[in-house]
Design a protein around this ligand. Sequence first.
Ligand SMILES: Cc1ncc(COP(=O)(O)O)c(C=O)c1O
Length: 454
Amino acid sequence: MKMTKVPYKINLSEEEIPKYYYNLRADMIEKPEPLLNPATREEMTKSELEKVFCSELVDQELDNSNKFIPIPEEIRELYKIYRPSPMIRAYNLEKKLETPAKIYYKFEGNNTSGSHKLNSAIAQIYYAKKQGLKKVTTETGAGQWGTALAIACSLFDMELEVFMVKSSYEQKPFRKNIMKVFGGNVTPSPSDTTKVGREILKINPNTSGSLGCAISEAVEVASMDPNSRYVLGSVLNQVVLHQSIIGLESKIALEKYGEYPDIVIGCAGGGSNLGGLMAPFVGENIKGGRSSRIIAVEPSSCPSLTRGKYIYDYCDTGKITPLAKMYTLGSGFIPAANHSGGLRYHGMSPIISKLYHDGYMEAKSYTQSSVFEAAILFAKSETILPAPESAHAIKAAIDEALKCKESKEEKTILFGLTGTGYFDMLAYESYLEGTMIDHVPTDEELNLANLSEI
Ligand SMILES: Cc1ncc(COP(=O)(O)O)c(C=O)c1O
């Protein structure tokens, strides 16, 4: 049989956008641990969660049994603006590395928000609107989630209040301005506009902020107004569910050319893109079908999977959220301010944490300068300037491809290129000028010996 050469880009048709999200939890033999109420240590009930999140999203959060959740037609129509996203064969990178490995990447930066975050933003705002809510609040770190949400809110005419980690607010003024273009209100966090923000500032007036602080502020504001809810761009089960669209499209695209990944790689901040990309492949691993190695990649400066503890912890710094069982560095952990970009969250998705704990996946960490070196090699070969977050996955994919060169193995490697780095030019500049600092926290700085289950 004559084999067709795989094209540079495998593009699916709009009709091939999945009609269902895939809920990996339904196939997990042991389920992720539930969210707990910190006061009672009982499982958070639907009615407790509905005070913070909108109702349908709470159903999705708690659903460990329905394998396929229909994607409403209105969401699919909006996905058509920028989906299906391309599956790209990195022929030029393969050539540069002189590797026999076949490298594929699913490119999610192909929309104005510049990242995969829009997949969940559209879904969450659709459900909020359907419930009749008027406003949502959120946090954003590097700014991609806030940007995606601002776009989704403008599509559905929903008011938006964003608490942006102060260091990013100052380092990335353009991100803040895009959010404003789409109608979002943006406040640097911690701020003196909330009780929890004022408390954090009292203890640490010069803090550069963290996602954990910004979450506390956004949750506080949402809980004061019955027409508002809080929305989160990562970590939660519902977000991993929405991002399963990445993995589902990837599987369809690769199958068209008889391909299946031996290795699936994703950067991991709170775990949403990786959780979504890997979902159908982990599903196959669990069912004993075809098998793939799954690798989560995180920064050495915020190493929740590789150095954190698997315990119940708060999702935020101000300790007002439910407790999640996850790999965590402690809700008070604030990564070094000189670490650019996202992937700065102290915890990790409970789904990914459980799978990692049970040995279904691996994790590794890299320093930021090694990640930027990989980003530039990738940019020069593939002509896309990657987001620093995505470049963590690129670095791991390059390392795996170089191992294949040594062993002369023709493995198929799939990684998630979650976004573009056009708003990260200060970080690129500091790498190119040789002023980038790699901060790897010591054991004393992490202080994990004193971190115990809440
Ligand atoms: C481009 C990009 N990739 C990856 C991430 C990490 O998030 P997650 O682990 O939820 O996919 C972020 C978070 O801000 C991001 O902006």
